[in-house]
Design a protein around this ligand. Structure first.
Ligand code: TXA
Ligand code: MG
Length: 325
């Protein structure tokens, strides 16, 4: 259970890193200092831990999260590393640069960190405390900025406590963040490298290494390139029918809660038989994909309540059901 008051451990406490690593390995949430801003970390390989990150931040949407690694060699297990990616990593890691790369087919990270996309954002932070924590967990750690959705990113441990006290398990105090703005997000999945978010590494420094560098249109700090991108690229192949109370024989069913719609087909997955929205969020992207490969004409989706993580779940389902481009 998350404590009523979140403990704040100082980096000078010799057991702080070990305690924080144990908490992360047990599926808990730990805010920790990086050189850019404080991150809200959870085990990136755990659907449940990643769902808890979204719940703690109160995000109304599933934006993809950055996965933090102790060193560049760990990246190869998660993403396809092109020669260009290798050069960029050698030049800028550890440091305030995030790379969006194609997910490996056998990527162990939760589909929720990618918000259902076929790409994954990776970063090796330079802050010694972040490095020590990542090395001690031995896990890829998903970490958005450690603030409630819509609030300013925290650059002091006290900021984290102001925003998330009682909603997370631990805060690891590493002092003030030296860079103070988020990492630069560089997308290497397209034909040309593209800056999706300006940040700690200046665009000029990237352009010196990447002559064909592009910049994304008007800054969209928390959207992957454009709001339509999730819809057009990652809607299931099957049609998606929302708020279904009945199911046709040529449909698969994505159910929610203890009372699935009548006519329940063989092709059914239940996001959470007990009606737990955290469990439903954790299962959402994986279940959509599993139902989609069954070849049904459509995926009927039972109603999901618009409360807590239900907002983000419904937002994603509406994108999946939107008319195709
Ligand atoms: O400096 C930082 O980057 C901080 C520290 C904690 O490392 N983290 C951070 O995370 O700012 P967050 O979740 O607040 O921002 C993640 C950014 C968003 O703009 C998101 O859209 C983008 O990265 N992003 C993540 N995965 C992506 C993907 N697969 N494709 C496109 N954009 C992605
Ligand atoms: Mg943020």
């Amino acid at each position: 259970m998350t404590p009523a008051r979140t403990p704040l451990l100082s980096a000078t406490d010799p057991s702080a890193v070990a305690q924080a690593a144990a908490c992360l390995r047990a599926g808990g949430l730990v805010a920790f200092a990086t050189e850019t801003v404080y991150g809200l970390g959870g085990d990136a390989t755990s659907d449940a831990a990643v769902a808890k990150i979204f719940a703690a931040k109160g995000r109304p949407q599933f934006n993809p999260l950055i996965v933090h690694l102790a060193d560049a060699t760990a990246a190869a297990a998660l993403a396809e590393i092109s020669p260009v990616a290798e050069r960029v990593m050698a030049a800028f890691w550890p440091g305030p640069l995030t790379l969006v790369l194609p997910r490996r087919a056998d990527c162990p990270a939760s589909l929720l960190v990618s918000a259902g996309l076929d790409s994954i954002a990776l970063r090796v932070p330079a802050h010694p405390l972040a490095h020590a924590l990542l090395a001690a967990t031995g896990l890829p750690i998903a970490a958005p900025s450690a603030n409630p959705s819509g609030a300013v990113s925290p650059t002091l441990a006290e900021h984290v406590r102001d925003g998330l006290d009682g909603r997370i398990d631990l805060i690891l105090d590493g002092g003030a963040c030296a860079v103070g703005v988020e990492s630069t997000v560089l997308d290497l999945t397209g034909p040309r490298p593209c800056v999706l978010r300006p940040g700690g590494v200046p665009t000029e420094a990237l352009a010196a290494l990447l002559p064909d560098l592009m910049e994304a249109g008007p800054a969209q700090p928390d959207a992957p390139r454009s709001p339509g991108m999730l819809t057009s690229h990652y809607a299931p192949t099957a049609a998606v029918r929302l708020n279904a109370t009945t199911v046709a024989s040529d449909e698969a069913l994505l159910a929610f809660g203890p009372n699935p719609p009548l006519g329940t087909p063989r092709r059914m997955l239940n996001l959470s038989p007990t009606g737990d929205l955290l469990e439903a969020a954790a299962n959402l992207f994986a279940y959509l994909r599993r139902l989609d490969v069954l070849g049904a004409r459509a995926i009927a989706v039972a109603p999901v309540p618009m409360a807590g993580l239900g907002r983000a779940i419904n937002d994603r389902l509406q994108r999946a059901a939107a008319p195709r481009a």
